[in-house]
Write a protein that binds this ligand. Structure first.
Ligand SMILES: Cc1cc2nc3c(=O)[nH]c(=O)nc-3n(C[C@H](O)[C@H](O)[C@H](O)COP(=O)(O)O)c2cc1C
Length: 275
């Protein structure tokens, strides 16, 4: 797959994703409980073969288990390199493990991975250091969603901007290539009024990639005004595998039905006839 992307002149980055508590016993080895910073069950749903179900109650990771989690990221980074990717993106957004550690709403730990902002950011920073030991920092990005509660009904951190700005500053010091930010509420309000990224941008030296509900015009405006260095598209790619070409030509876009997002067949992905 990476060869095909490179042959077409593209770049491809692997996202490293540990879901933490957004899981279900049937997805875990030996039907065990999912792991999380604290044993607090998430809301929302997780996707199984037979459809969506509520997540299972997680167990809190022991302090002595955390090195193993970091090592999983290191291993995954090595595999991504062997598979020919151009870099990796650490997923610290959308209610998954690293965000569960970052927020004081989901992290009630009393060891040095919980409590202060520095402690709650520690796992993410240790993961980034482990990934950087394989890739170098300039081939790594990190995804954040400071103001989204959408996945797992994850309550916001009590000081989202302060927490994420601390992280952004530390990531800048490490020399990360980019921050990729889900602005506002995932799939919801992403207007500038709802989300002021100024503090994050000021704290981080690298590139800023904006995401969440952008269309062609908003993306042009965001990059020309200096709001963002780049804009990422999600859902539009589902119905428009040739999205980059369509945006370039200002061609009509196909709106894939939401019912097809988590299907495993062609519907909504490849079966439509381009306009
Ligand atoms: C079916 C589906 C799967 C997604 N999977 C991921 C994922 O694996 N990692 C991630 O960071 N975001 C994921 N997202 C969120 C998107 O990356 C993006 O943030 C979101 O759709 C908002 O951007 P958009 O309005 O351009 O779609 C997913 C979204 C959808 C609809």
């Amino acid at each position: 797959m990476t060869d095909a992307v490179h042959d077409a002149g593209g770049k491809i980055v692997m996202q490293l994703w540990h879901v933490g508590r957004m899981s279900h016993v049937s997805l875990q080895e030996n039907g065990a409980a999912p792991v999380a910073p604290s044993a607090i069950r998430a809301g929302g749903n997780v996707f199984l073969q037979e459809g969506f179900v509520p997540p299972s109650t997680p167990r809190a990771l022991g302090t002595d288990e955390i090195a193993g989690v970091i090592d999983d990221y290191r291993q995954a980074s090595r595999r991504a390199k062997e598979a020919g990717f151009d870099g990796v993106e650490v997923h610290a957004a959308n209610g998954y493990l690293l965000e569960q550690f970052l927020r004081d709403s989901t992290n009630l730990r009393e060891d040095h991975y919980g409590g202060s902002i520095e402690n709650r950011a520690r796992l993410t920073l240790e993961v980034v250091e482990a990934v950087a030991s394989v890739w170098g920092p300039d081939r790594i990005g990190l995804r954040l969603s400071p103001f989204s509660t959408a996945i797992g009904d994850t309550p916001l951190d009590s000081t989202p901007l302060e927490t994420h700005s601390y992280l952004a500053r530390r990531l800048g010091e490490i020399g990360l290539a980019y921050l990729h930010v889900v602005e506002g509420q995932l799939h919801g309000d992403s207007s500038d009024e709802a989300f002021d990224v100024g503090a994050l941008r000021a704290a981080f030296d690298g590139a800023y990639i904006a995401n969440n509900g952008y269309d062609r015009q908003r993306a042009i405006d965001a990059t020309s005004s200096g709001h963002a260095d780049m804009v990422a598209f999600g859902k539009l790619f589902i119905g428009n595998p040739d999205l980059a070409e369509r945006l370039r030509a200002n061609a009509p876009l196909f709106d894939a039905p939401a019912s097809s997002y988590f299907g495993s067949g062609a519907e909504g992905y490849t079966e439509f006839t381009p306009a």
